[in-house]
Design a protein around this ligand. Structure first.
Ligand code: GLA
Length: 355
């Protein structure tokens, strides 16, 4: 097996403590396209989740979420899907790594984050990536390569937490690059670096205050079901192959219209960045928001207010970001603009790594 670590010959005292960091992400544009084999344009941010792993004797993996003051403990081989909340990520990461041929070793994990949870900056994927990298490192095992690791993290979310999220978030965390966004064509996936030269403009996120929830019975999973239903009605395997929404019943026609147009906007944004046309980038953000609000129907009043706040402060464009039903708004501000007090500027940073 490619990633397997041979059983350690030395005791826990001789294994080293390790620290892994995984960034959150901002998705510039290309929303609800990842699970439709489409295009997106995310970048990793500077903030994220840090997991410190200290080897211990025995058989147990203990995890402590410092920010929450909560703990979990997992026996490799006896992971449970009935664990509560964030603990499911620990159980899932241990189980999925074992299936991938890595034998997680007994250790004490300390989890810290400077990402707001539920704000649409992908704290869940960052947690999963950081846990996986730390567990591999403390086991002295080579982690799976980044696309494979992103798939593994996606399985943890899908099968262990019930959120049917796609590859956007873990891939963005694992493939970030300072000063660049990454155009991801999920058909592959194929990744291409896109320089993010904003010519003095600023990208900022503003938390709407409405916490989003992507879990099993969420609107997010309902949208995924609708996309599957639209595929069946159109006789195609993926909405990437849809060319028109005509003839579909409501609301499937609106969902498909969004996905087709949003894929086009990703390449529009890449072209606008290449041409240094930031006004056009702003228009594309606005168009993406209208489509997510009216056709994909994932906005909520708090998000609409946050978009308004950004536009009133002079943003060239603003849109809901991530899974929707709450979370953060992303806005593009021209040079010299006075950002809303709660807005946080975001810049593309490096990918997940061992510290
Ligand atoms: C969430 C999911 C991603 C993606 C976005 C919407 O962030 O985790 O996989 O589907 O929503 O673009």
């Amino acid at each position: 097996m490619r990633h397997s670590n041979t059983r350690l010959e030395h005791g826990p005292g001789e294994r080293r403590s390790v620290q892994a960091f995984a960034p959150g992400r901002v998705n510039l544009i290309g929303e609800h396209t990842d699970y439709n084999d489409g295009l997106c344009l995310p970048f990793a941010v500077e903030r994220g989740v840090t997991v410190t792993a200290e080897p211990v004797a025995g058989t147990t993996i203990e995890a402590h979420a410092k920010d929450l003051g909560e703990s979990a403990s997992v026996e490799p081989g006896a992971e449970s899907t009935s664990a509560e909340g964030w603990r499911r990520f620990v159980h899932g990461a241990v189980a999925e790594l074992r299936s991938a041929g890595v034998e997680p070793q007994p250790c004490r994990l300390a989890i810290e984050s400077d990402l707001p949870r539920g704000a649409g900056l992908s704290s869940s994927a960052a947690l999963c990536v950081a846990l996986s990298l730390a567990l591999c490192a403390v086991a002295e095992a080579e982690p799976p390569e980044r696309v494979e690791l992103a798939r593994l993290c996606s399985r943890v979310e899908n099968d262990w937490t019930g959120a049917q999220t796609g590859l956007l978030d873990p891939l963005a965390s694992l493939c970030g690059e300072r000063g660049h966004a990454v155009r991801i064509d999920m058909r592959g996936p194929l990744l291409e670096s896109v320089p993010l030269d904003l010519a003095g403009h600023a990208l900022a996120v503003l938390d709407s205050g409405a916490t989003h929830d992507l879990s099993a019975d969420s609107g997010y999973n309902e949208r995924r079901d609708e996309c599957r239903a639209a595929c069946r009605a159109l006789g195609i395997d993926s909405l990437r192959d849809a060319t028109s929404a005509e003839g579909l019943p409501q609301p499937l026609d609106r969902r498909v219209r969004h996905v087709i147009a949003e894929n086009g906007r990703v390449d529009g944004a890449v072209a606008a960045l290449e041409a240094g046309d930031l006004a056009e980038l702003g228009r594309l953000l606005d168009a993406s928001h209208r489509s997510l609000r009216d056709d994909y129907e994932v906005s909520v009043p708090e998000v609409e207010r946050a978009v308004e706040t950004c536009l009133r402060a002079g943003a060239l464009g603003a849109r809901i970001m991530g899974g929707g039903f709450g979370g953060s708004v992303l806005a593009l501000f021209p040079p010299g603009a006075q950002l809303p007090p709660e807005a946080v500027t975001v810049e593309p940073g490096p990918p997940a790594r061992l510290l």
